[in-house]
Design a protein around this ligand. Structure first.
Ligand code: C2O
Length: 343
């Protein structure tokens, strides 16, 4: 414990895991990933790369929805052997969240939840996912939207997720629009009116982002060092709620784990996963704008692997994703009304 070694993934083994107790899953890639060429991450060239603008999902125009839908449908049509395919993309979440890979310097699995790598790991994931989608439709300006469930106008599932390639049948239809999300969803209806629910949500946001999130440990989760299980049961405020709660709220009431969105192994099979996480990523930026940087080298130097839009396996460190300007994307400006919801 406490050795100065960043967390690394051992790519030579990928193990079957449990999706939830009693539910074995195998979400490994179809062949040894070390057979793929590995390259180190490079920042996009600012002279060649437009800044992608991730937009408020509920305000997307028809044309943008159609482009996104087309990109997802192409992604769904790719074979499993292709790391850009929808199933392979979804399985990344299963691999890194249920512990398919072991750590390089330990026999413990790599797990990306309930720890301080929750935010940067999901940022990397979305970064490559977005590049792949854009590439599939030949649109270098393509950006995924964000689902701002924290803002009154965004507290419903964005309606376009009910159409075309965005459809997922493992969702709770009683939570389709215009149902207002319960950001503190505890698997039972809260019994509030939409107006009451909106106020409760704003108050929860204030707590998770401001009063309850004064330190990095509180907001980001426990420090994940090499040789640790990653289940240190220290999720940050945002991860616990609304992150976990929105996952459960979207998923189907007919599955024990509220699959698809409700459990790690299946969550990313639902296209709404990506806009949900885009909002988590946006809120991380909001929090970082008023809090000191995390400088721990064991955090910054830990690295992960993702396939890029050219099917290369990219080795990327958490320090590479700390500045979204360098990554060439940003979020449409919105007013974070919960900032004024101090109880
Ligand atoms: Cu990796 Cu929203 O969970």
């Amino acid at each position: 414990k406490g050795k100065l070694l960043p967390v690394q993934v051992n790519l030579t083994t990928c193990l079957p895991t449990f999706g939830r107790p009693g539910k074995p899953v195998y979400c490994c890639p179809p062949r040894n990933m070390l057979d793929d060429p590995i390259v180190d991450f490079e920042f996009p060239d600012p002279t060649q790369t437009p800044v992608l603008v991730r937009r408020f999902a509920h305000r997307l125009d028809e044309e943008s929805i159609a482009k996104y839908e087309k990109a997802v449908s192409i992604m769904r049509s790719l074979p499993y052997s292709d790391p850009r395919s929808f199933t392979r993309q979804a399985n990344l979440h299963c691999q890194y969240c249920t512990g398919s890979f072991l750590q390089q310097h330990s026999t413990l699995p790599v797990r990306v939840h309930k720890t301080w790598i929750f935010f940067p790991w999901h940022r990397m994931y979305l970064y490559f996912h977005e590049k792949i989608l854009g590439n599939l439709i030949g649109d270098e300006n393509f950006a995924i939207p964000f689902w701002p469930w924290d803002l009154p106008e965004g507290m419903t599932l964005p309606a376009f997720y009910l159409n075309g390639s965005f459809i997922n049948h493992q969702r709770d239809p009683t939570h389709f629009p215009p149902a207002v999300a319960d950001l503190d969803f505890q698997l039972a209806p809260g019994g509030s009116t939409p107006e009451e629910q909106t106020d409760l949500n704003l108050a929860l946001m204030y707590n998770q982002m401001v009063s309850g999130a004064k330190t990095a440990e509180l907001f980001m989760g426990c420090a994940y060092k090499t040789g640790e299980g990653g289940d240190c049961f220290g999720p940050g405020t945002m991860e616990r709620a609304p992150h976990n709660t929105i996952h459960k709220w979207v998923g189907s009431e007919f599955h024990t784990g509220r699959e698809d969105m409700g459990v790690f192994y299946s969550a990313a099979r639902d296209p709404s996963f990506y806009a949900h996480h885009s909002n988590i990523d946006r809120l991380w930026e909001v929090w970082r704008s008023t809090h000191p940087e995390m400088n721990d080298p064991e955090f910054l130097d830990s690295y992960m692997y993702f396939h890029d839009e050219n099917r290369r396996l990219v080795r990327i460190r958490f320090r590479d994703v700390m500045d979204i300007d360098m990554l060439r994307y940003r979020y449409e400006d919105v007013e974070n009304t919960w900032l004024a919801a101090r109880p």
